[in-house]
Design a protein around this ligand. Structure first.
Ligand SMILES: *Cc1c(COP(=O)(O)O)cnc(C)c1O
Length: 374
């Protein structure tokens, strides 16, 4: 019998998220709301639909493996050289390529925890040690929901090849500010690559939350990850990119790239999306306004919700997380529980968020022991 590597055997099996149509059928309602995956609720941009339709006529050919047109458009947009950019089939693919390019057994990857669930898995697959630095309270007396950059710095040793800083952090939505991040970057040894995962950058409204691509300049051991999946509305097409100060970082990632893994449709869609940036900005502003409305509504209900700089909010309900998400699901609202920690709720369209709030109220009213979730 053949068997995979022990590290792979030990990985959890993939569990797909609930599909809203299946859930609606199962519980006998017209429609369920999905607020579980941090997608935007807007339909694809008109320019994207057009570009994908046009590109569909050429799909008998392989895509451009170097994504030359997209890379040039990104280089212009961000004021960097094309050699500083690597594209990937979603930013998660770039995370994996970074791990392949920079780690091997005996080395380590450091990151905050709780953070993006991919980080420990990609360390495990790469055979590198995952060094997890617990979050700390962002507000006095509040739950542990914010990066501890001093702790992260202290955890770096001469085996640490990569450090992921997810800013804003998934799933808590909190963000680190400019001064503390600059201090951290200045102190990290030059042999450790800091990857600023900015999947939610476009939703940031606090001017004190730094743009990683600006912080990266002059720092050869810093790279930034961005994606078209969230603000740009291309989650279903799979395309993200890395921007590095040192072109050698982008080159190392390109060397581990799975050939042709950014499809022709994804490349065409991303190029088209970049031409619609004004509309994307309007959409992000609407999401940020809705995020503030949702946050206030939750606080009015007594929930201790941190300020989010992303397109989701975090309910730090601890041990009640799985129960709360299950009860919401029974009322046709799909959220993302992290057992024992909290529930992440994507900011949806206003009517979706109202459906969530109504379900939350009903769940809290109907609790047998009468204790509110908090
Ligand atoms: C969603 C997300 C990504 C990227 O997702 P892709 O769809 O693979 O581009 C990366 N990092 C974080 C923290 C995310 O939440």
């Amino acid at each position: 019998m053949v068997s995979p590597r022990p590290a792979v055997q030990a990985l959890p099996a993939y569990r797909p998220g609930r599909n809203p149509a299946d859930l609606a059928r199962e519980i006998g309602v017209d429609r369920a709301v999905k607020l579980a995956s941090n997608e935007v609720a807007f339909p694809p941009l008109p320019a994207v639909v057009q570009a994908v339709a046009a590109a569909a006529a050429e799909t008998n050919r392989y895509p451009d493996n170097g994504a030359v047109v997209l890379t040039a458009a990104l280089a212009r947009r961000y004021g960097v050289e094309p050699a500083q950019i690597a594209t990937g089939g979603g930013a998660v693919t770039l995370c994996q390529e970074l791990a392949q390019a920079y780690t091997e057994p005996g080395t380590s990857i450091a990151f905050a925890w709780r953070s993006f669930e991919m980080y420990p898995l990609l360390a495990q697959v790469a055979g590198a040690r995952a060094v997890q630095v617990p979050l700390v309270p962002g507000r006095e007396g509040g739950p542990a929901d914010t990066h501890d950059l001093d702790g992260l710095l202290a955890a770096i040793d001469d085996t640490t090849r990569l450090v992921f800083v997810c800013n804003p952090n998934n799933p808590t939505g909190t963000a680190v500010r400019r001064a503390e991040l600059e201090r951290f970057l200045d102190a990290v040894p030059p042999t450790t690559l800091v990857v600023l995962d900015e999947a939610y950058r476009e939703f940031v409204t606090d001017p004190d939350v730094p743009d990683g691509i600006e912080l990266m300049r002059g720092r050869p051991n810093v790279a930034v990850l961005r994606t078209f999946s969230k603000a740009w509305g291309l989650a279903g097409l799979r395309v993200g990119y890395l921007v590095a100060e040192d072109p050698a970082v982008a080159e190392a990632v390109r060397k581990t790239h799975v050939p042709f893994s950014v499809s022709m449709l994804a490349q065409a869609a991303a190029v088209a999306a970049l031409t619609s940036e004004d509309e994307v900005r309007r959409r992000c502003a609407a999401v940020a306004a809705e995020r503030e409305r949702l946050t206030s509504a939750l606080r009015e209900r007594g929930l201790d919700v941190a300020d989010s700089q992303a397109n989701f909010v975090w309910l730090p309900v601890g041990e009640q997380a799985a129960e709360l998400a299950g009860a919401l699901e029974a009322r046709a609202v799909i959220t993302r529980p992290f057992a024992g920690e909290g529930v992440r709720v994507t900011v949806g369209a206003p009517e979706e968020d109202d459906a969530f709030l109504a379900a939350l109220d009903a769940v809290r009213d109907g609790r047998r022991d009468g204790a509110p979730f908090r």
